[in-house]
Design a protein around this ligand. Structure first.
Ligand code: GLC
Length: 535
Protein backbone atom coordinates (compact mmCIF):
# COMPACT_ATOMS: atom_id res chain seq x y z
CA UNK A 1 0.00 0.00 0.00
CA UNK A 2 1.39 3.38 -0.96
CA UNK A 3 2.24 5.99 1.65
CA UNK A 4 -0.11 8.42 -0.03
CA UNK A 5 -3.12 6.12 0.29
CA UNK A 6 -5.20 9.05 1.54
CA UNK A 7 -5.09 10.69 -1.91
CA UNK A 8 -7.59 8.17 -3.27
CA UNK A 9 -9.06 6.35 -0.27
CA UNK A 10 -12.66 5.49 0.52
CA UNK A 11 -13.06 6.06 4.25
CA UNK A 12 -16.00 4.61 6.12
CA UNK A 13 -17.32 6.48 9.15
CA UNK A 14 -18.00 4.22 12.12
CA UNK A 15 -20.28 6.08 14.49
CA UNK A 16 -19.41 3.66 17.23
CA UNK A 17 -22.47 3.95 19.46
CA UNK A 18 -24.71 3.06 16.51
CA UNK A 19 -22.58 0.70 14.45
CA UNK A 20 -22.58 -2.77 15.95
CA UNK A 21 -23.42 -3.91 19.45
CA UNK A 22 -21.11 -6.70 20.65
CA UNK A 23 -22.39 -7.10 24.20
CA UNK A 24 -26.12 -6.76 23.63
CA UNK A 25 -26.72 -3.65 25.75
CA UNK A 26 -28.16 -1.65 22.85
CA UNK A 27 -25.07 0.57 22.47
CA UNK A 28 -22.47 -0.11 19.80
CA UNK A 29 -18.97 -0.96 20.99
CA UNK A 30 -15.47 -2.07 20.02
CA UNK A 31 -16.38 -5.76 20.05
CA UNK A 32 -19.13 -4.89 17.59
CA UNK A 33 -16.61 -3.23 15.26
CA UNK A 34 -14.28 -6.23 15.51
CA UNK A 35 -17.07 -8.62 14.61
CA UNK A 36 -17.95 -6.56 11.52
CA UNK A 37 -14.47 -6.12 10.08
CA UNK A 38 -15.18 -8.86 7.49
CA UNK A 39 -18.27 -6.90 6.41
CA UNK A 40 -16.17 -3.74 6.04
CA UNK A 41 -13.47 -5.58 4.12
CA UNK A 42 -16.06 -6.98 1.74
CA UNK A 43 -17.57 -3.53 1.25
CA UNK A 44 -14.21 -2.53 -0.20
CA UNK A 45 -13.31 0.47 1.91
CA UNK A 46 -9.70 1.48 2.61
CA UNK A 47 -10.03 2.93 6.11
CA UNK A 48 -12.44 3.58 8.93
CA UNK A 49 -12.82 6.74 10.97
CA UNK A 50 -14.18 5.98 14.43
CA UNK A 51 -16.02 8.75 16.31
CA UNK A 52 -14.71 9.43 19.85
CA UNK A 53 -14.39 6.27 21.92
CA UNK A 54 -12.64 7.82 24.95
CA UNK A 55 -13.97 8.12 28.51
CA UNK A 56 -16.80 10.62 28.40
CA UNK A 57 -20.03 11.37 30.23
CA UNK A 58 -21.57 11.44 26.72
CA UNK A 59 -23.19 14.85 27.07
CA UNK A 60 -22.55 15.24 23.32
CA UNK A 61 -22.24 11.59 22.27
CA UNK A 62 -18.56 11.37 23.16
CA UNK A 63 -17.43 14.79 21.86
CA UNK A 64 -16.99 15.70 25.53
CA UNK A 65 -13.72 13.88 26.24
CA UNK A 66 -12.25 13.35 29.70
CA UNK A 67 -8.97 11.80 28.57
CA UNK A 68 -7.51 10.52 25.30
CA UNK A 69 -5.39 7.80 26.81
CA UNK A 70 -8.19 5.43 27.68
CA UNK A 71 -11.42 3.90 26.37
CA UNK A 72 -14.96 4.64 27.51
CA UNK A 73 -15.91 1.49 29.48
CA UNK A 74 -19.30 1.33 27.75
CA UNK A 75 -17.41 0.91 24.46
CA UNK A 76 -14.85 -1.61 25.72
CA UNK A 77 -11.26 -1.72 26.94
CA UNK A 78 -7.83 -0.61 25.80
CA UNK A 79 -6.94 -4.24 25.08
CA UNK A 80 -9.95 -4.54 22.78
CA UNK A 81 -9.05 -1.28 21.06
CA UNK A 82 -5.51 -2.49 20.40
CA UNK A 83 -6.77 -5.84 19.13
CA UNK A 84 -9.21 -4.03 16.85
CA UNK A 85 -6.45 -1.90 15.34
CA UNK A 86 -4.33 -4.99 14.69
CA UNK A 87 -7.24 -6.92 13.19
CA UNK A 88 -8.30 -4.01 11.00
CA UNK A 89 -4.77 -3.73 9.62
CA UNK A 90 -4.71 -7.47 8.96
CA UNK A 91 -7.93 -7.02 6.96
CA UNK A 92 -6.32 -4.21 4.93
CA UNK A 93 -8.27 -1.46 6.70
CA UNK A 94 -6.56 1.60 8.14
CA UNK A 95 -7.86 3.23 11.30
CA UNK A 96 -8.48 6.91 11.94
CA UNK A 97 -9.64 8.22 15.31
CA UNK A 98 -11.31 11.49 16.23
CA UNK A 99 -9.57 14.22 18.25
CA UNK A 100 -11.48 17.14 19.76
CA UNK A 101 -9.08 20.06 20.35
CA UNK A 102 -11.55 22.91 20.74
CA UNK A 103 -13.01 21.68 24.01
CA UNK A 104 -13.00 18.94 26.66
CA UNK A 105 -15.52 17.43 28.99
CA UNK A 106 -16.34 19.48 32.07
CA UNK A 107 -15.19 16.36 33.94
CA UNK A 108 -11.66 16.71 32.55
CA UNK A 109 -9.42 16.87 35.63
CA UNK A 110 -7.99 20.24 34.55
CA UNK A 111 -11.46 21.77 34.34
CA UNK A 112 -12.39 20.39 37.73
CA UNK A 113 -9.13 21.86 39.07
CA UNK A 114 -9.97 25.19 37.44
CA UNK A 115 -13.36 25.29 39.15
CA UNK A 116 -11.79 24.50 42.50
CA UNK A 117 -8.90 26.95 42.17
CA UNK A 118 -10.95 30.10 41.72
CA UNK A 119 -10.64 33.33 39.68
CA UNK A 120 -7.21 34.45 38.56
CA UNK A 121 -5.58 31.07 39.20
CA UNK A 122 -3.21 29.42 36.72
CA UNK A 123 -5.67 26.50 36.60
CA UNK A 124 -8.40 28.78 35.20
CA UNK A 125 -6.04 29.98 32.51
CA UNK A 126 -6.19 26.60 30.76
CA UNK A 127 -9.82 27.36 29.83
CA UNK A 128 -11.60 30.60 28.97
CA UNK A 129 -12.95 32.11 32.16
CA UNK A 130 -14.03 35.76 32.35
CA UNK A 131 -15.86 38.01 34.75
CA UNK A 132 -19.44 38.68 33.71
CA UNK A 133 -20.80 41.96 32.36
CA UNK A 134 -23.43 44.00 34.19
CA UNK A 135 -23.14 45.66 37.57
CA UNK A 136 -22.64 42.47 39.51
CA UNK A 137 -21.21 40.32 36.75
CA UNK A 138 -24.63 38.79 36.23
CA UNK A 139 -24.50 38.96 32.42
CA UNK A 140 -22.43 36.81 30.03
CA UNK A 141 -19.10 38.45 29.06
CA UNK A 142 -20.18 38.81 25.42
CA UNK A 143 -22.95 37.95 22.98
CA UNK A 144 -21.56 34.71 21.52
CA UNK A 145 -24.16 31.98 20.99
CA UNK A 146 -23.60 28.27 21.59
CA UNK A 147 -23.91 26.11 18.46
CA UNK A 148 -26.54 24.10 20.31
CA UNK A 149 -28.64 27.14 21.26
CA UNK A 150 -28.53 29.68 24.08
CA UNK A 151 -25.46 31.56 25.27
CA UNK A 152 -21.92 30.22 24.84
CA UNK A 153 -21.23 31.19 28.48
CA UNK A 154 -22.13 29.52 31.76
CA UNK A 155 -21.66 31.08 35.15
CA UNK A 156 -19.94 29.03 37.84
CA UNK A 157 -20.43 28.93 41.55
CA UNK A 158 -17.11 29.81 43.16
CA UNK A 159 -15.51 27.58 45.81
CA UNK A 160 -16.86 29.96 48.48
CA UNK A 161 -20.42 29.34 47.28
CA UNK A 162 -21.15 32.65 45.54
CA UNK A 163 -22.00 33.10 41.84
CA UNK A 164 -18.75 33.95 40.13
CA UNK A 165 -17.01 33.90 36.76
CA UNK A 166 -18.29 32.63 33.45
CA UNK A 167 -16.62 30.09 31.14
CA UNK A 168 -16.87 29.77 27.40
CA UNK A 169 -18.39 26.76 25.63
CA UNK A 170 -19.11 27.09 21.92
CA UNK A 171 -21.06 23.84 22.26
CA UNK A 172 -22.77 22.41 25.38
CA UNK A 173 -21.96 23.65 28.91
CA UNK A 174 -20.42 20.21 29.46
CA UNK A 175 -17.84 21.10 26.76
CA UNK A 176 -15.70 24.01 28.08
CA UNK A 177 -13.43 25.53 25.41
CA UNK A 178 -9.70 25.11 25.92
CA UNK A 179 -7.31 28.05 25.94
CA UNK A 180 -4.96 27.52 23.01
CA UNK A 181 -2.73 30.38 24.12
CA UNK A 182 -1.65 28.12 26.99
CA UNK A 183 1.35 25.81 26.41
CA UNK A 184 -0.28 23.00 28.45
CA UNK A 185 -3.04 22.74 25.85
CA UNK A 186 -0.51 22.15 23.08
CA UNK A 187 1.38 19.58 25.14
CA UNK A 188 -1.80 17.74 26.14
CA UNK A 189 -2.95 17.25 22.55
CA UNK A 190 0.46 16.40 21.21
CA UNK A 191 0.68 13.66 23.83
CA UNK A 192 -2.72 12.35 22.73
CA UNK A 193 -1.61 12.16 19.09
CA UNK A 194 1.57 10.31 19.99
CA UNK A 195 -0.26 7.95 22.34
CA UNK A 196 -2.40 6.62 19.49
CA UNK A 197 0.21 6.87 16.74
CA UNK A 198 2.41 4.71 18.97
CA UNK A 199 -0.42 2.17 18.99
CA UNK A 200 -0.53 2.00 15.22
CA UNK A 201 -3.41 4.37 14.55
CA UNK A 202 -3.10 5.73 11.01
CA UNK A 203 -4.48 9.20 11.55
CA UNK A 204 -7.07 11.51 13.03
CA UNK A 205 -10.14 13.39 12.05
CA UNK A 206 -9.91 16.78 13.76
CA UNK A 207 -13.16 17.93 15.30
CA UNK A 208 -14.10 21.61 14.84
CA UNK A 209 -10.67 22.21 13.33
CA UNK A 210 -11.69 25.75 12.39
CA UNK A 211 -11.86 27.20 15.89
CA UNK A 212 -9.43 26.70 18.84
CA UNK A 213 -8.27 30.35 19.04
CA UNK A 214 -10.69 33.12 19.94
CA UNK A 215 -10.12 36.75 18.89
CA UNK A 216 -8.16 38.86 21.37
CA UNK A 217 -10.42 40.67 23.79
CA UNK A 218 -13.34 38.35 22.91
CA UNK A 219 -15.23 41.07 20.97
CA UNK A 220 -18.98 40.82 20.54
CA UNK A 221 -20.16 39.00 17.44
CA UNK A 222 -22.76 41.66 16.64
CA UNK A 223 -24.14 41.10 13.15
CA UNK A 224 -21.02 39.40 11.75
CA UNK A 225 -22.11 36.30 9.86
CA UNK A 226 -20.07 33.25 8.93
CA UNK A 227 -20.77 33.18 5.23
CA UNK A 228 -18.78 33.46 2.03
CA UNK A 229 -19.75 37.08 1.38
CA UNK A 230 -18.73 38.34 4.86
CA UNK A 231 -15.56 40.43 4.82
CA UNK A 232 -15.29 41.26 8.54
CA UNK A 233 -13.26 38.83 10.66
CA UNK A 234 -15.18 36.34 12.75
CA UNK A 235 -14.30 36.28 16.48
CA UNK A 236 -14.30 32.49 16.86
CA UNK A 237 -14.29 30.74 13.49
CA UNK A 238 -11.33 30.22 11.17
CA UNK A 239 -8.67 32.16 13.10
CA UNK A 240 -5.26 32.52 11.46
CA UNK A 241 -3.47 31.11 14.50
CA UNK A 242 -4.75 27.54 14.02
CA UNK A 243 -2.39 26.95 11.13
CA UNK A 244 0.68 26.97 13.33
CA UNK A 245 -0.92 24.22 15.45
CA UNK A 246 -1.52 22.07 12.40
CA UNK A 247 2.04 22.62 11.19
CA UNK A 248 3.29 21.23 14.48
CA UNK A 249 0.87 18.29 14.29
CA UNK A 250 2.02 17.57 10.76
CA UNK A 251 5.60 17.35 11.98
CA UNK A 252 4.50 14.76 14.53
CA UNK A 253 2.58 12.75 11.92
CA UNK A 254 5.56 12.87 9.56
CA UNK A 255 7.91 11.59 12.24
CA UNK A 256 6.18 8.18 12.05
CA UNK A 257 6.78 5.42 9.54
CA UNK A 258 4.52 5.25 7.65
CA UNK A 259 3.51 8.88 8.13
CA UNK A 260 0.17 9.40 9.83
CA UNK A 261 -2.57 11.56 8.32
CA UNK A 262 -5.21 14.12 9.24
CA UNK A 263 -8.60 15.15 7.94
CA UNK A 264 -10.06 18.43 9.15
CA UNK A 265 -13.64 18.98 10.09
CA UNK A 266 -13.45 22.61 9.08
CA UNK A 267 -16.66 24.37 8.16
CA UNK A 268 -15.16 27.24 6.18
CA UNK A 269 -17.43 29.02 3.71
CA UNK A 270 -14.75 30.36 1.33
CA UNK A 271 -12.98 27.59 -0.65
CA UNK A 272 -9.78 29.65 -0.72
CA UNK A 273 -9.75 29.90 3.10
CA UNK A 274 -10.52 26.19 3.42
CA UNK A 275 -7.57 25.34 1.18
CA UNK A 276 -5.23 26.98 3.71
CA UNK A 277 -5.85 24.03 6.05
CA UNK A 278 -4.38 21.61 3.51
CA UNK A 279 -1.23 23.45 2.51
CA UNK A 280 1.75 21.13 2.04
CA UNK A 281 3.04 21.51 5.60
CA UNK A 282 -0.39 21.36 7.31
CA UNK A 283 -3.23 18.84 7.19
CA UNK A 284 -3.55 16.25 4.45
CA UNK A 285 -7.25 16.55 3.68
CA UNK A 286 -10.40 18.33 4.77
CA UNK A 287 -14.06 17.44 4.51
CA UNK A 288 -15.90 19.05 1.62
CA UNK A 289 -19.06 20.33 3.22
CA UNK A 290 -19.98 22.46 0.21
CA UNK A 291 -20.48 19.20 -1.66
CA UNK A 292 -22.49 17.70 1.20
CA UNK A 293 -24.68 20.81 1.38
CA UNK A 294 -25.27 21.14 -2.33
CA UNK A 295 -28.77 20.53 -3.62
CA UNK A 296 -29.13 17.70 -6.12
CA UNK A 297 -28.87 20.01 -9.15
CA UNK A 298 -26.37 19.93 -12.01
CA UNK A 299 -25.35 23.62 -12.15
CA UNK A 300 -24.89 23.93 -8.42
CA UNK A 301 -22.87 20.72 -8.10
CA UNK A 302 -20.78 21.66 -11.10
CA UNK A 303 -19.88 24.95 -9.42
CA UNK A 304 -18.92 23.18 -6.19
CA UNK A 305 -16.83 20.59 -8.04
CA UNK A 306 -15.00 23.27 -10.05
CA UNK A 307 -14.26 25.41 -7.00
CA UNK A 308 -13.11 22.42 -4.98
CA UNK A 309 -10.74 21.11 -7.62
CA UNK A 310 -9.34 24.55 -8.40
CA UNK A 311 -8.65 25.53 -4.79
CA UNK A 312 -7.13 22.17 -3.88
CA UNK A 313 -4.91 22.24 -6.96
CA UNK A 314 -3.41 25.54 -5.76
CA UNK A 315 -2.04 23.83 -2.65
CA UNK A 316 -1.47 20.34 -4.10
CA UNK A 317 -3.95 18.57 -1.81
CA UNK A 318 -6.45 15.96 -3.03
CA UNK A 319 -10.11 16.98 -2.83
CA UNK A 320 -12.51 14.91 -0.72
CA UNK A 321 -16.22 14.24 -1.18
CA UNK A 322 -18.89 13.40 1.36
CA UNK A 323 -22.68 13.10 1.25
CA UNK A 324 -23.64 12.37 4.87
CA UNK A 325 -22.26 12.15 8.39
CA UNK A 326 -23.47 11.95 11.99
CA UNK A 327 -24.32 15.68 12.08
CA UNK A 328 -26.62 16.04 9.07
CA UNK A 329 -29.88 14.54 7.79
CA UNK A 330 -29.22 11.42 5.70
CA UNK A 331 -28.98 12.26 2.01
CA UNK A 332 -31.63 9.78 0.86
CA UNK A 333 -34.12 11.91 2.79
CA UNK A 334 -32.65 15.23 1.69
CA UNK A 335 -32.84 14.15 -1.94
CA UNK A 336 -36.45 12.93 -1.53
CA UNK A 337 -37.61 16.55 -1.53
CA UNK A 338 -37.85 19.32 -4.08
CA UNK A 339 -34.29 20.66 -4.09
CA UNK A 340 -33.94 24.20 -2.77
CA UNK A 341 -31.15 26.44 -3.88
CA UNK A 342 -30.01 26.97 -0.30
CA UNK A 343 -28.39 24.51 2.07
CA UNK A 344 -30.93 22.18 3.59
CA UNK A 345 -28.83 19.67 5.38
CA UNK A 346 -30.30 19.26 8.84
CA UNK A 347 -33.48 17.63 9.93
CA UNK A 348 -34.84 20.97 11.12
CA UNK A 349 -34.35 22.34 7.58
CA UNK A 350 -36.31 19.54 5.93
CA UNK A 351 -39.77 20.91 5.42
CA UNK A 352 -42.28 18.43 6.81
CA UNK A 353 -44.98 20.07 4.69
CA UNK A 354 -43.44 19.43 1.29
CA UNK A 355 -44.18 16.25 -0.58
CA UNK A 356 -41.64 13.55 0.17
CA UNK A 357 -40.83 10.97 -2.50
CA UNK A 358 -38.69 8.25 -0.88
CA UNK A 359 -38.20 6.37 -4.17
CA UNK A 360 -36.82 9.50 -5.79
CA UNK A 361 -34.47 10.08 -2.86
CA UNK A 362 -33.26 6.49 -3.15
CA UNK A 363 -32.66 6.77 -6.92
CA UNK A 364 -30.77 9.99 -6.49
CA UNK A 365 -28.68 8.53 -3.67
CA UNK A 366 -27.64 5.66 -5.97
CA UNK A 367 -26.65 8.16 -8.65
CA UNK A 368 -24.89 10.35 -6.06
CA UNK A 369 -22.63 7.48 -5.07
CA UNK A 370 -21.47 7.03 -8.66
CA UNK A 371 -20.87 10.78 -8.92
CA UNK A 372 -18.96 10.99 -5.63
CA UNK A 373 -16.84 7.89 -6.14
CA UNK A 374 -15.79 9.01 -9.63
CA UNK A 375 -14.58 12.46 -8.58
CA UNK A 376 -10.85 13.00 -8.09
CA UNK A 377 -9.50 12.44 -4.59
CA UNK A 378 -10.89 10.50 -1.66
CA UNK A 379 -14.41 10.08 -0.33
CA UNK A 380 -16.31 9.31 2.84
CA UNK A 381 -19.17 6.89 3.44
CA UNK A 382 -21.27 7.32 6.57
CA UNK A 383 -22.35 3.99 8.07
CA UNK A 384 -25.79 2.99 6.84
CA UNK A 385 -25.67 5.00 3.63
CA UNK A 386 -24.50 1.82 1.90
CA UNK A 387 -27.87 0.39 2.91
CA UNK A 388 -29.78 3.44 1.65
CA UNK A 389 -30.98 4.19 5.18
CA UNK A 390 -33.26 7.21 5.34
CA UNK A 391 -33.32 9.73 8.17
CA UNK A 392 -35.66 8.75 11.01
CA UNK A 393 -37.67 11.96 10.99
CA UNK A 394 -40.21 11.08 13.64
CA UNK A 395 -38.28 9.82 16.65
CA UNK A 396 -40.50 10.30 19.72
CA UNK A 397 -39.43 13.47 21.59
CA UNK A 398 -38.81 11.52 24.80
CA UNK A 399 -35.96 9.50 23.23
CA UNK A 400 -34.05 12.45 21.75
CA UNK A 401 -30.56 12.86 23.23
CA UNK A 402 -28.84 15.47 21.08
CA UNK A 403 -28.14 18.52 23.30
CA UNK A 404 -29.65 20.73 20.56
CA UNK A 405 -33.10 19.47 21.48
CA UNK A 406 -33.19 20.82 25.04
CA UNK A 407 -30.98 23.85 24.36
CA UNK A 408 -33.19 25.00 21.50
CA UNK A 409 -36.16 25.01 23.86
CA UNK A 410 -37.37 21.78 22.28
CA UNK A 411 -37.68 23.24 18.79
CA UNK A 412 -34.67 21.71 16.99
CA UNK A 413 -34.87 17.89 16.93
CA UNK A 414 -31.12 17.82 16.34
CA UNK A 415 -29.10 14.99 14.86
CA UNK A 416 -30.49 11.83 16.41
CA UNK A 417 -32.46 10.95 13.26
CA UNK A 418 -29.23 10.03 11.42
CA UNK A 419 -27.78 8.22 14.45
CA UNK A 420 -30.30 5.40 14.81
CA UNK A 421 -28.31 2.14 15.04
CA UNK A 422 -27.53 0.24 11.84
CA UNK A 423 -29.88 -2.73 11.29
CA UNK A 424 -27.86 -5.93 10.80
CA UNK A 425 -30.52 -8.63 10.88
CA UNK A 426 -33.72 -6.77 11.68
CA UNK A 427 -34.83 -4.33 14.34
CA UNK A 428 -33.18 -4.61 17.74
CA UNK A 429 -35.55 -3.91 20.64
CA UNK A 430 -32.64 -2.73 22.79
CA UNK A 431 -31.14 -0.15 20.40
CA UNK A 432 -30.24 3.07 22.26
CA UNK A 433 -32.38 5.01 19.79
CA UNK A 434 -35.42 3.05 18.68
CA UNK A 435 -35.27 1.60 15.19
CA UNK A 436 -38.61 1.98 13.41
CA UNK A 437 -40.22 -1.23 12.11
CA UNK A 438 -39.41 -0.26 8.52
CA UNK A 439 -35.68 -0.36 9.34
CA UNK A 440 -35.88 -4.15 8.95
CA UNK A 441 -36.17 -3.87 5.17
CA UNK A 442 -32.77 -2.11 5.11
CA UNK A 443 -31.03 -4.75 7.24
CA UNK A 444 -27.65 -5.93 5.99
CA UNK A 445 -28.89 -9.54 5.97
CA UNK A 446 -31.82 -8.57 3.73
CA UNK A 447 -29.75 -6.47 1.33
CA UNK A 448 -27.07 -9.11 1.02
CA UNK A 449 -29.63 -11.44 -0.53
CA UNK A 450 -30.81 -8.86 -3.05
CA UNK A 451 -28.37 -8.26 -5.90
CA UNK A 452 -30.20 -5.03 -6.80
CA UNK A 453 -29.82 -3.52 -3.32
CA UNK A 454 -27.94 -0.37 -2.37
CA UNK A 455 -25.43 -2.53 -0.53
CA UNK A 456 -24.49 -4.34 -3.72
CA UNK A 457 -24.26 -1.07 -5.63
CA UNK A 458 -21.73 0.16 -3.05
CA UNK A 459 -19.80 -3.11 -3.20
CA UNK A 460 -19.70 -3.05 -6.99
CA UNK A 461 -18.79 0.62 -7.18
CA UNK A 462 -15.97 0.38 -4.66
CA UNK A 463 -14.56 -2.76 -6.28
CA UNK A 464 -14.58 -1.19 -9.74
CA UNK A 465 -13.15 2.05 -8.37
CA UNK A 466 -10.28 0.14 -6.79
CA UNK A 467 -9.58 -2.18 -9.72
CA UNK A 468 -9.84 0.33 -12.57
CA UNK A 469 -7.09 2.81 -13.35
CA UNK A 470 -8.35 6.38 -13.59
CA UNK A 471 -10.35 6.74 -10.39
CA UNK A 472 -9.07 8.48 -7.25
CA UNK A 473 -6.58 11.32 -7.42
CA UNK A 474 -5.69 12.39 -10.95
CA UNK A 475 -6.87 14.16 -14.09
CA UNK A 476 -10.43 15.40 -14.49
CA UNK A 477 -12.12 16.94 -17.52
CA UNK A 478 -15.73 17.99 -18.16
CA UNK A 479 -17.46 16.73 -21.30
CA UNK A 480 -20.04 18.87 -23.13
CA UNK A 481 -23.65 18.07 -22.13
CA UNK A 482 -27.17 19.45 -21.67
CA UNK A 483 -27.52 21.78 -18.71
CA UNK A 484 -29.15 19.15 -16.50
CA UNK A 485 -26.43 16.57 -17.11
CA UNK A 486 -22.90 16.36 -15.72
CA UNK A 487 -20.36 14.25 -17.61
CA UNK A 488 -16.64 14.04 -17.03
CA UNK A 489 -13.64 12.01 -18.06
CA UNK A 490 -11.10 10.68 -15.59
CA UNK A 491 -7.66 9.40 -16.44
CA UNK A 492 -7.28 6.24 -18.54
CA UNK A 493 -10.61 6.73 -20.31
CA UNK A 494 -13.11 6.38 -17.49
CA UNK A 495 -16.26 8.47 -17.96
CA UNK A 496 -19.03 9.30 -15.49
CA UNK A 497 -22.38 10.68 -16.66
CA UNK A 498 -25.10 11.87 -14.27
CA UNK A 499 -28.58 12.82 -15.45
CA UNK A 500 -30.33 15.25 -13.09
CA UNK A 501 -33.26 15.91 -15.47
CA UNK A 502 -36.29 13.84 -16.42
CA UNK A 503 -35.51 13.17 -20.10
CA UNK A 504 -33.57 10.13 -21.26
CA UNK A 505 -30.03 11.13 -22.21
CA UNK A 506 -27.79 9.60 -24.89
CA UNK A 507 -24.39 8.35 -23.71
CA UNK A 508 -21.05 9.50 -25.10
CA UNK A 509 -19.16 6.95 -27.26
CA UNK A 510 -17.83 4.12 -25.08
CA UNK A 511 -16.50 0.59 -25.19
CA UNK A 512 -18.26 -0.77 -22.12
CA UNK A 513 -20.63 0.09 -19.31
CA UNK A 514 -18.79 -0.42 -16.03
CA UNK A 515 -21.72 0.25 -13.70
CA UNK A 516 -25.10 2.00 -13.76
CA UNK A 517 -27.19 3.24 -10.84
CA UNK A 518 -30.40 2.38 -12.71
CA UNK A 519 -30.87 0.14 -15.76
CA UNK A 520 -30.20 1.90 -19.08
CA UNK A 521 -33.26 2.41 -21.28
CA UNK A 522 -32.46 1.51 -24.91
CA UNK A 523 -28.88 2.48 -24.26
CA UNK A 524 -29.84 5.83 -22.76
CA UNK A 525 -29.56 7.16 -19.23
CA UNK A 526 -32.77 7.69 -17.25
CA UNK A 527 -33.44 10.71 -15.05
CA UNK A 528 -31.76 10.84 -11.62
CA UNK A 529 -29.37 8.11 -12.68
CA UNK A 530 -25.62 7.84 -13.26
CA UNK A 531 -23.35 5.54 -15.22
CA UNK A 532 -19.65 4.74 -15.41
CA UNK A 533 -18.28 4.00 -18.87
CA UNK A 534 -14.93 2.98 -20.24
CA UNK A 535 -13.81 4.50 -23.52
C1 GLC B 1 -18.38 18.36 15.56
C2 GLC B 1 -18.96 16.97 15.69
C3 GLC B 1 -20.28 17.07 16.36
C4 GLC B 1 -20.08 17.65 17.74
C5 GLC B 1 -19.35 18.97 17.67
C6 GLC B 1 -18.83 19.39 19.00
O1 GLC B 1 -19.14 19.16 14.74
O2 GLC B 1 -19.03 16.37 14.43
O3 GLC B 1 -20.94 15.83 16.42
O4 GLC B 1 -21.32 17.84 18.36
O5 GLC B 1 -18.23 18.91 16.83
O6 GLC B 1 -17.74 18.60 19.37
Amino acid sequence: MSNEWWRHAVIYQVYIRSFADGDGDGLGDIEGIRSRLPYLAELGIDAIWINPWYPSPQADAGYDVITYTDIEPRFGSMAEAEAMITEAHAAGIRVLLDIVPNHSSHLHPWFQAALAAGPGSPERDRFIFRDGAGERGELPPNDWPSCFGGSAWTRVTEPDGVPGQWYLHLFAPEQPDRNWHHPDTHADYEAALRFWFDRGVDGFRIDVAHSLFKADGLPDLGDVVYEAHETRPHPFWDPDDVHEVYRSWRRIADSYDPPRVFVAEAWVPQPARLARYVRADELHTTFNFDFLRSPWAAPHLRGVIDATIAEHALVGAPPTWVLSNHDVARHVSRFARVQQTHAQHQLKDLDAEVEVDPDLGYRRARAALLLMAALPGSCYVYQGEELGLPEVEDLPPEVLQDPSWARSGFTDPGRDGCRVPVPWTGVDAKAWLPQPEWFAQFAVEVEERDRSSMLWLYRDALRIRRDTTGFGDGPFEWLPTDSDVLAFRRGAGVICVVNFGARLQPLPPHRAVLLASSPLVDGRLAGDAAVWLSE
